[in-house]
Design a protein. Structure first.
Ligand SMILES: *Cc1c(COP(=O)(O)O)cnc(C)c1O
Length: 493
């Protein structure tokens, strides 16, 4: 299988190259030139296998330049050891009529681990396959979840280093502690005096500085990124749509071939797009419901066909969905409308912050997609009502999806079985969750974990509990203007 850019260029690229490059040269995203097809016997053949082997089979349909042995080594390193605290890796938890696909059993307690545990393995294997001799330096600007998940995934991976910038004072206490205690001989974590946009713009500037890239390359270092536009981050996410389907059949909650709907808390559109790929590959997926918070640019687009980022940015209690540009939507547009229209819309978006998709495109998209959004009080109410009903504690992102799913089922009188995709452990957002449940919120983040564990029917994840005694290893703080110098210094280390 070969890859090309959503903007029509770079045809005939192998997946290993696409994963190392991240973004295509024309500014587009890499997409497979055709979509592999699966049938019922393929799906049934996965049922008896552990998650790592299921993943190797499904991912192997896309990464055809990797050998079966290579892929199995990658997926076993990611999902086969002790890094996830649930042997099923991505278990479906069914409570009364609701089914939650829990994607937060990895080392950092959020769904980013599903992809960022595997991406480093895929990259390292790609380096070997392509014979690249340079070291890769991954730069990340993070508002919280991605930074820690990337650090955890890339720590001690050979031939790759990782440097994460976070805004000083701009991440939660737990998120800061998770990052500054990160171990590994190839990792660095630096606070930037500024907000998330400052950190992100600083990283973008470094990526766009060709002279700087040349200097580093002369010293044997190439910059790369681990953000969610990389195909190597998207493809691992297709797997859990298949495994959740298989598991619900095995539990007798659906019959083989029965159609299943998913509601997905959405930010950059990567998670839900993976569900679209699964459907196009033949998995019996019906609707994909896109759930947004107050930053409802995507919900508006899927409803009206107009994408307009010219609106206020809201900082919400579901921060990982606080996004106004959903990069992966470009891939959906490409698959539905082709590269010519996609290129034009993306140019309009860059120039004016707005574009309108044509009626034919929207009607195809709406065969599969629905959307809704929940504001912060509806989100808190969802946390409370599920806890009262089922003694199950939702994190605020999953609570957005829960509320949007309820609205969807009611509005469309749907009788199709719905899976809510659950993207973070409630412990990761314990202050918001405790407040939503009308509990006191201890100031100390470790005490807050304990307070939540007294009411939640689930243990504190090991990665969070261990923060209590972990040493703070990364204390560097830099001005925005010093970020490039920090990158150069770490590259030479
Ligand atoms: C990243 C993230 C999301 C959004 O996922 P996308 O793939 O960006 O749409 C939702 N919830 C949590 C907890 C996340 O970390």
């Amino acid at each position: 299988m070969k890859y090309q850019s959503t903007r029509g260029n770079a045809a005939g690229i192998e997946s290993a190259e696409a994963i190392l490059e991240g973004l295509a040269g024309d500014g587009g995203l890499f997409v497979p030139e055709e979509l592999p097809q699966t049938d019922r016997s393929f799906i049934e053949s996965l049922a008896a296998l552990p998650y790592a082997e299921r993943a190797a089979k499904i991912i192997g349909l896309f990464l055809t330049d990797y050998t079966t042995e290579e892929l199995l080594a990658c997926t076993k390193a990611a999902y086969g050891g002790k890094k996830f605290d649930n042997a099923r890796i991505a278990p479906v938890r069914s409570i009364s009529d609701d089914s939650f696909l829990e994607l937060w059993h990895g080392p950092t307690s959020a769904f980013k681990d599903m992809a960022l545990q595997l991406l480093p393995q895929l990259m390292q294997t790609a380096l070997k396959k392509t014979g690249k001799k340079e070291d890769i330096l991954i730069l990340v600007a993070t508002s919280g979840d991605t930074g820690k998940a990337a650090l955890e995934g890339f720590a001690d991976v050979e031939q790759i280093k990782i440097l994460t910038f976070y805004p000083e004072g701009g991440v939660s206490d737990i998120q800061r502690l998770q990052m500054v205690t990160q171990q590994g001989k190839n990792v660095e974590v630096i606070a930037v005096k500024g907000n998330f946009d400052d950190a992100q713009n600083g990283v973008k500037k470094i990526f766009n500085d060709a002279a700087f890239a040349g200097e580093l390359k002369a010293e044997g270092v190439e910059l790369s990124s681990a953000n969610s536009i990389n195909w190597g981050r998207l493809v691992p996410q297709i797997v859990y749509y298949f495994t959740s389907y298989i598991d619900l059949v095995a539990e007798g909650r659906i019959t083989a071939d029965e159609v299943l709907d998913y509601t997905v808390p959405t930010g950059n559109f990567g998670d839900i797009l993976a569900g679209y790929y699964a459907k196009r590959m033949g998995l019996p997926v019906g609707r994909l419901v896109c759930a947004a918070n107050d930053n409802n640019v995507l919900a508006d687009f899927l409803t009206t066909g107009i994408y307009d980022r010219n609106r206020d940015f809201h900082k919400t209690i579901s921060p990982s969905m606080d996004i106004l540009i959903s990069s992966n939507l470009e891939r959906l547009l490409y698959h539905v409308a082709g590269s010519e229209k996609t290129t034009a819309w993306m140019a309009e978006l860059a120039a004016t912050g707005r574009y309108q998709a044509d009626a034919e495109t929207m009607s195809t998209i709406r065969e599969t997609f629905r959307a809704g959004w929940a504001d912060q009080s509806a989100t808190r109410a969802a946390i409370q009502s599920v806890y009262e009903k089922d003694n199950y504690v939702l994190d605020p992102h999953t609570a957005v999806a829960y509320r949007v799913a309820q609205d969807y089922i009611k509005a469309e009188r749907s009788r199709t079985k719905m899976v809510i995709v659950s993207t973070a452990s409630p412990y990761k957002f314990n202050d918001t969750v405790l407040a939503a449940l009308d509990k006191d919120v201890p100031k100390d983040p470790m005490e807050a974990l304990t307070a939540l564990s007294n009411i939640a029917d689930a243990p504190i994840p090991a990665g969070l509990a261990s923060l209590k005694n972990a040493e703070e290893l990364h204390r560097t703080v830099v001005e925005k203007s010093e970020m490039q110098r920090a990158v150069a210094a770490f590259a030479r280390k």
